[in-house]
Write a protein that binds this ligand. Structure first.
Ligand SMILES: Nc1ncnc2c1ncn2[C@@H]1O[C@H](COP(=O)(O)OP(=O)(O)OP(=O)(O)O)[C@@H](O)[C@H]1O
Length: 247
């Protein structure tokens, strides 16, 4: 348990270079309507190149926290900052734009569009939002991301003809195509075997290391906790009760 609370990376970052968090949550509280579940987070700072793992039992609020950080849902009170921008002060369209430009999202179920090819799935953020301009350089970047993930010969295929591991690699490439400052992953390896799990995690790790991209990943898998700079147990912040007596 002590390991889970180890904040040495953050303290090191703070003392090394006058710590400037990429994400800051302040006095945050959140509950779903008429639901007894709530999250209360006095303060949470995520460093600019930090790798943060989020754990806790099913239903304790891990996905809820990711949705708050990415602005998909809004807190009842408190503030969320992305760099200098107060996300919680923005309107819905500005939040969407901010998410699109600064964050890459990867989900357990891959969330690929079945009627688009691998290449078009990777380019999706550019196709659905006019604030991102699709240039020939972007297509070249999509191809090289795909090649670096072992998908170079599958750019014209459709998701139905891919393996689970390949589908998740496409969704990782789609999350990285916008060069996000923060990669948000909700159990990205839950549907993969150990070989594909490690391949995906190695791709994400080395991309984040090379580009100083921050990473926030929800996981149930204790075997991968050693990959993170810090691991946060959401039970610290929620009033979650489960049938094994956790409170
Ligand atoms: N849209 C919603 N409306 C009402 N309650 C919700 C909603 N989404 C989630 N909840 C409840 O909020 C709590 C936290 O849910 P959340 O999905 O964040 O948990 P989790 O830790 O990610 O769970 P899991 O590990 O099973 O994915 C749960 O009790 C859940 O039932």
């Amino acid at each position: 348990m002590e390991d889970l609370k180890n904040k040495s990376h953050l303290r090191r970052a703070e003392s090394d270079r006058g710590f400037q968090p990429l994400i800051k949550l302040e006095d945050l509280s959140f509950s779903y309507t008429r639901d007894s579940f709530y999250l209360k987070i006095p303060e949470l700072l995520i460093g600019r190149s930090e790798k943060l793992g989020i754990t806790g039992p099913s239903g304790c609020g891990k996905t809820t926290l990711l949705n708050l950080i990415s602005g998909i849902i809004k807190p009842n009170s408190g503030k969320i900052f992305t760099g200098d921008i107060e996300l919680t002060s923005l309107g819905n369209q500005d939040i969407k734009d901010l998410r699109l430009v600064k964050m890459g999202l990867i989900f357990q179920q891959f969330e690929l569009l079945e009627y688009l090819s691998v290449l078009d799935n990777i380019l999706l953020p550019f196709r659905i939002n006019p604030i991102l301009e699709l240039q020939s350089e972007t297509k070249e970047r999509a191809s090289s991301l795909a090649i670096s993930m072992g998908l170079g010969d599958k750019l014209k295929r459709y998701p139905a003809n891919l393996s689970q591991g390949e589908r998740q690699r496409v969704s990782v490439a789609r999350a990285l195509i916008t060069k996000p400052e923060l990669l948000i992953c909700d159990e990205p390896t839950a549907n993969l075997d150990p070989v594909n799990r490690d391949r995906i995690l190695d791709i994400i790790d080395s991309y984040c290391d090379k580009t100083n991209t921050a990473l926030v990943m929800v996981t149930h898998d204790r075997e991968i906790l050693g990959r993170f700079d810090r691991v946060l147990d959401i039970l610290e912040f929620s009033n979650f009760k489960d049938n094994r007596g956790h409170e």
